[in-house]
Design a protein. Sequence first.
Lengths: 111, 114
Amino acid sequence: AQSVTQLDSQVPVFEEAPVELRCNYSSSVSVYLFWYVQYPNQGLQLLLKYLSGSTLVKGINGFEAEFNKSQTSFHLRKPSVHISDTAEYFCAVSGLNDMRFGAGTRLTVKP
Amino acid sequence: SAVISQKPSRDICQRGTSLTIQCQVDSQVTMMFWYRQQPGQSLTLIATANQGSEATYESGFVIDKFPISRPNLTFSTLTVSNMSPEDSSIYLCSAGKGTGTEAFFGQGTRLTVV
Protein backbone atom coordinates (compact mmCIF):
# COMPACT_ATOMS: atom_id res chain seq x y z
CA ALA A 1 0.00 0.00 0.00
CA GLN A 2 1.12 3.54 -0.61
CA SER A 3 1.19 6.48 1.76
CA VAL A 4 2.15 10.12 1.79
CA THR A 5 3.76 12.28 4.44
CA GLN A 6 3.62 16.04 4.28
CA LEU A 7 6.29 17.28 6.59
CA ASP A 8 4.93 20.73 7.32
CA SER A 9 1.41 21.35 8.56
CA GLN A 10 1.71 25.12 8.18
CA VAL A 11 4.01 27.29 6.09
CA PRO A 12 3.80 31.06 6.53
CA VAL A 13 5.66 33.18 3.98
CA PHE A 14 5.74 36.77 2.84
CA GLU A 15 4.44 37.80 -0.53
CA GLU A 16 6.96 37.44 -3.40
CA ALA A 17 9.13 35.06 -1.36
CA PRO A 18 9.90 31.56 -2.64
CA VAL A 19 8.23 28.58 -1.05
CA GLU A 20 8.72 24.83 -0.88
CA LEU A 21 6.11 22.43 0.43
CA ARG A 22 7.55 19.05 1.24
CA CYS A 23 6.09 15.65 0.42
CA ASN A 24 7.51 12.17 0.89
CA TYR A 25 5.85 8.99 -0.25
CA SER A 26 6.13 5.28 0.21
CA SER A 27 4.89 2.63 -2.15
CA SER A 28 5.59 -0.94 -3.12
CA VAL A 29 4.47 -0.41 -6.71
CA SER A 30 4.95 2.18 -9.40
CA VAL A 31 3.57 5.47 -8.21
CA TYR A 32 1.85 8.39 -9.68
CA LEU A 33 2.13 11.60 -7.69
CA PHE A 34 -0.09 14.64 -7.54
CA TRP A 35 -0.42 17.98 -5.85
CA TYR A 36 -3.87 19.42 -5.27
CA VAL A 37 -4.89 22.82 -3.93
CA GLN A 38 -8.00 23.56 -1.93
CA TYR A 39 -9.09 27.15 -1.51
CA PRO A 40 -11.41 27.98 1.39
CA ASN A 41 -14.86 26.41 1.03
CA GLN A 42 -14.00 24.95 -2.36
CA GLY A 43 -13.26 21.53 -3.81
CA LEU A 44 -9.86 20.19 -4.78
CA GLN A 45 -8.13 21.41 -7.91
CA LEU A 46 -5.21 19.65 -9.55
CA LEU A 47 -2.00 21.69 -9.54
CA LEU A 48 0.29 19.21 -11.26
CA LYS A 49 1.06 15.53 -11.64
CA TYR A 50 3.94 13.18 -12.20
CA LEU A 51 3.21 10.03 -14.14
CA SER A 52 6.50 9.29 -15.91
CA GLY A 53 9.23 10.98 -17.92
CA SER A 54 10.86 14.22 -16.86
CA THR A 55 11.23 14.44 -13.11
CA LEU A 56 10.53 18.18 -13.10
CA VAL A 57 6.89 18.88 -13.73
CA LYS A 58 5.27 22.24 -14.13
CA GLY A 59 1.72 23.01 -13.14
CA ILE A 60 -0.73 25.83 -13.01
CA ASN A 61 -0.24 29.15 -11.24
CA GLY A 62 3.54 28.99 -11.55
CA PHE A 63 4.00 25.92 -9.36
CA GLU A 64 6.43 23.12 -10.13
CA ALA A 65 7.49 19.92 -8.43
CA GLU A 66 10.42 17.55 -8.70
CA PHE A 67 10.13 13.79 -8.43
CA ASN A 68 13.11 12.30 -6.64
CA LYS A 69 12.97 8.53 -6.61
CA SER A 70 16.05 7.99 -4.45
CA GLN A 71 14.67 10.29 -1.75
CA THR A 72 11.06 9.24 -2.36
CA SER A 73 10.09 12.88 -2.45
CA PHE A 74 7.87 15.11 -4.55
CA HIS A 75 8.33 18.63 -3.19
CA LEU A 76 6.27 21.51 -4.50
CA ARG A 77 7.90 24.85 -5.23
CA LYS A 78 7.07 28.33 -6.39
CA PRO A 79 9.72 31.02 -6.86
CA SER A 80 7.48 33.94 -5.88
CA VAL A 81 4.17 33.56 -4.09
CA HIS A 82 1.14 35.81 -4.15
CA ILE A 83 -1.50 36.52 -1.56
CA SER A 84 -3.91 34.51 -3.69
CA ASP A 85 -1.81 31.38 -3.17
CA THR A 86 -3.05 31.17 0.41
CA ALA A 87 -4.75 27.77 0.56
CA GLU A 88 -4.43 24.17 1.70
CA TYR A 89 -2.13 22.01 -0.41
CA PHE A 90 -2.38 18.24 -0.55
CA CYS A 91 0.14 15.78 -1.90
CA ALA A 92 -1.37 12.53 -3.16
CA VAL A 93 -0.11 9.19 -4.37
CA SER A 94 -1.99 6.87 -6.66
CA GLY A 95 -1.33 3.17 -7.08
CA LEU A 96 -3.37 0.64 -8.94
CA ASN A 97 -6.82 1.29 -7.58
CA ASP A 98 -6.89 4.21 -5.19
CA MET A 99 -5.53 7.61 -4.34
CA ARG A 100 -4.30 8.57 -0.90
CA PHE A 101 -3.64 12.00 0.45
CA GLY A 102 -1.19 13.54 2.85
CA ALA A 103 -2.33 15.51 5.87
CA GLY A 104 -2.08 18.77 4.00
CA THR A 105 0.02 21.91 4.30
CA ARG A 106 -1.60 25.22 5.05
CA LEU A 107 0.23 27.90 3.04
CA THR A 108 -0.39 31.41 4.32
CA VAL A 109 1.03 34.28 2.29
CA LYS A 110 1.39 37.49 4.22
CA PRO A 111 1.71 40.99 2.72
CA SER B 1 -11.24 15.79 -17.78
CA ALA B 2 -14.44 15.06 -15.92
CA VAL B 3 -17.00 17.25 -14.25
CA ILE B 4 -18.54 15.88 -11.10
CA SER B 5 -21.87 17.00 -9.68
CA GLN B 6 -22.62 16.12 -6.11
CA LYS B 7 -25.98 16.45 -4.39
CA PRO B 8 -26.94 17.73 -1.91
CA SER B 9 -24.29 20.38 -1.41
CA ARG B 10 -25.17 20.58 2.26
CA ASP B 11 -27.70 19.20 4.70
CA ILE B 12 -28.60 19.29 8.35
CA CYS B 13 -29.93 15.96 9.58
CA GLN B 14 -31.35 14.54 12.77
CA ARG B 15 -29.38 11.85 14.55
CA GLY B 16 -30.57 8.34 13.81
CA THR B 17 -31.61 9.17 10.26
CA SER B 18 -29.82 8.37 6.99
CA LEU B 19 -28.70 10.57 4.12
CA THR B 20 -27.89 9.47 0.58
CA ILE B 21 -25.39 11.54 -1.37
CA GLN B 22 -25.43 11.35 -5.13
CA CYS B 23 -22.45 11.72 -7.43
CA GLN B 24 -22.88 12.18 -11.17
CA VAL B 25 -19.96 12.31 -13.62
CA ASP B 26 -20.29 13.84 -17.07
CA SER B 27 -18.30 11.00 -18.69
CA GLN B 28 -17.63 7.33 -18.09
CA VAL B 29 -15.04 6.65 -15.45
CA THR B 30 -13.41 3.48 -14.24
CA MET B 31 -12.96 4.34 -10.61
CA MET B 32 -15.03 6.35 -8.18
CA PHE B 33 -13.99 7.13 -4.65
CA TRP B 34 -15.67 8.49 -1.57
CA TYR B 35 -13.73 10.55 0.94
CA ARG B 36 -14.50 12.23 4.23
CA GLN B 37 -12.88 15.51 5.19
CA GLN B 38 -13.23 16.81 8.72
CA PRO B 39 -12.93 20.61 9.08
CA GLY B 40 -9.33 21.65 8.66
CA GLN B 41 -8.23 18.07 8.06
CA SER B 42 -7.07 16.00 5.13
CA LEU B 43 -9.10 13.61 3.06
CA THR B 44 -9.73 10.13 4.42
CA LEU B 45 -10.66 7.47 1.90
CA ILE B 46 -13.89 5.72 2.83
CA ALA B 47 -14.19 3.31 -0.05
CA THR B 48 -13.53 2.67 -3.70
CA ALA B 49 -16.59 2.00 -5.85
CA ASN B 50 -16.13 0.06 -9.06
CA GLN B 51 -18.99 -0.66 -11.40
CA GLY B 52 -20.22 -4.23 -11.27
CA SER B 53 -18.59 -5.19 -8.01
CA GLU B 54 -18.88 -4.57 -4.30
CA ALA B 55 -17.25 -1.45 -2.97
CA THR B 56 -13.91 -1.86 -1.24
CA TYR B 57 -13.89 -0.24 2.19
CA GLU B 58 -10.94 1.15 4.08
CA SER B 59 -10.13 0.18 7.61
CA GLY B 60 -12.55 1.82 9.99
CA PHE B 61 -15.40 2.04 7.50
CA VAL B 62 -18.05 -0.65 7.07
CA ILE B 63 -20.75 -1.31 4.54
CA ASP B 64 -23.57 -1.26 7.07
CA LYS B 65 -22.70 2.31 8.04
CA PHE B 66 -21.72 3.58 4.58
CA PRO B 67 -23.50 1.55 1.90
CA ILE B 68 -22.40 2.48 -1.60
CA SER B 69 -23.99 1.88 -4.97
CA ARG B 70 -22.35 2.05 -8.38
CA PRO B 71 -25.00 1.10 -10.91
CA ASN B 72 -23.13 2.38 -13.98
CA LEU B 73 -19.95 4.10 -15.13
CA THR B 74 -21.18 7.64 -14.46
CA PHE B 75 -23.03 7.46 -11.15
CA SER B 76 -22.55 6.47 -7.52
CA THR B 77 -24.26 7.03 -4.21
CA LEU B 78 -22.99 7.00 -0.65
CA THR B 79 -25.43 6.60 2.22
CA VAL B 80 -24.52 7.68 5.73
CA SER B 81 -26.70 5.48 7.92
CA ASN B 82 -27.97 5.91 11.46
CA MET B 83 -26.19 9.22 11.74
CA SER B 84 -24.65 10.66 14.88
CA PRO B 85 -23.00 14.05 15.45
CA GLU B 86 -19.62 12.37 14.87
CA ASP B 87 -20.62 11.88 11.23
CA SER B 88 -20.69 15.64 10.70
CA SER B 89 -18.14 16.25 7.99
CA ILE B 90 -17.64 17.04 4.34
CA TYR B 91 -18.11 14.05 2.06
CA LEU B 92 -16.35 14.18 -1.27
CA CYS B 93 -16.91 12.15 -4.39
CA SER B 94 -13.98 11.61 -6.71
CA ALA B 95 -13.55 9.88 -10.05
CA GLY B 96 -10.64 8.64 -12.10
CA LYS B 97 -10.36 7.24 -15.59
CA GLY B 98 -7.79 4.62 -14.85
CA THR B 99 -4.56 3.75 -13.13
CA GLY B 100 -2.15 6.63 -13.12
CA THR B 101 -4.64 9.27 -14.05
CA GLU B 102 -5.62 12.21 -11.94
CA ALA B 103 -8.73 12.20 -9.79
CA PHE B 104 -11.45 14.77 -10.27
CA PHE B 105 -13.50 16.01 -7.36
CA GLY B 106 -16.98 17.20 -6.74
CA GLN B 107 -17.63 20.24 -4.57
CA GLY B 108 -18.52 18.04 -1.63
CA THR B 109 -21.50 17.60 0.66
CA ARG B 110 -21.32 19.41 3.97
CA LEU B 111 -23.24 17.29 6.47
CA THR B 112 -24.22 18.46 9.92
CA VAL B 113 -25.89 16.00 12.27
CA VAL B 114 -27.82 17.47 15.19
